[in-house]
Design a protein around this ligand. Sequence first.
Ligand code: NDP
Length: 283
Amino acid sequence: MIINGKEISLKVKDEVKQEVERLNEHGKRVPTLAVILVGRNPASMTYVKNKEIGCRYVGIGSIKIEMSEQTTQEELLKQIYTLNADNTVDGILVQLPLPAHIDEKTVIEAIDPKKDVDGFHPVNIANLFLGKEGLLPCTPYGMMVMLESIGYDLEGKEVVVVGRSNIVGKPVALLALSKSATVTIAHSRTKNLKEVCQKADVLIAAVGVAKMFDDSYIKAGAVVLDVGMNRDENNKLCGDVDFEKCKNKAQAITPVPGGVGPMTIAMLLHNTLKAYKLRENIE
Ligand code: NDP
């Protein structure tokens, strides 16, 4: 089975859209997402544009704040404090990466955790760690929704996550653990990576190396989630998994593009609505 991220993400977006419409009908204000873009990194500009398109689709208000590459950290923090204090703003997202002279950690920590729709703030990470209500990081959350949507129960399953970044590898491992999977986190120093991957009922590839995982890494009947977004030798977008080689051996697999990628924006919109509801005390 090919897990269709476009279809599943559309379902998530349509649910958000319906809920926003319902709020509108009850005379409530529209949830609003503010996105800050520092500099003109072409990939970042595309991501920000796609977030605006997503907001428009579901009826969430969007504010785009473009700041120059030369913006100082203090100026950026000041902008964040203004948005923190603005009661009409429910979500704040600072598009990463930031220019080298700005410290990402300091910037993320400046965002009000209640408006941290990326789920990167230490308070939200702690909530995830403790299994408390909070805003979950979008890409890992999206993968959980994908598994749910194909009716896959993680309880007791062997999950191997390759990659230990704070934004993908570690949080998706915690989410799988919270669903009672037995979780292994592998990384660049893992010995016998192939053998480790071969025992996985669910293999999550979040490395950033084009087509690194061929069918020799996966157990027959495994579920394979590919987070990687890379360019192959022909400059075509591809994942960390060699899709053509693995698609017949896996029980279910996500393609790139059209797999995990579309889920990220869908979950961002979901998080913005959730942040709004939590702040407004709406069930
Ligand atoms: P990072 O570069 O932060 O982390 C990569 C991880 O992979 C590290 O933990 C690293 O190990 C590990 N790694 C690197 N090379 C190897 C190797 N040869 N064998 C085993 N492990 C290895 O990346 P991100 O987590 O931010 O992103 C991973 C991929 O996912 C990228 O392609 C990125 O573009 C994509 N991505 C996609 C998103 C989406 O929406 N679909 C969202 C976010 C990311 P170590 O820690 O030891 O260095």
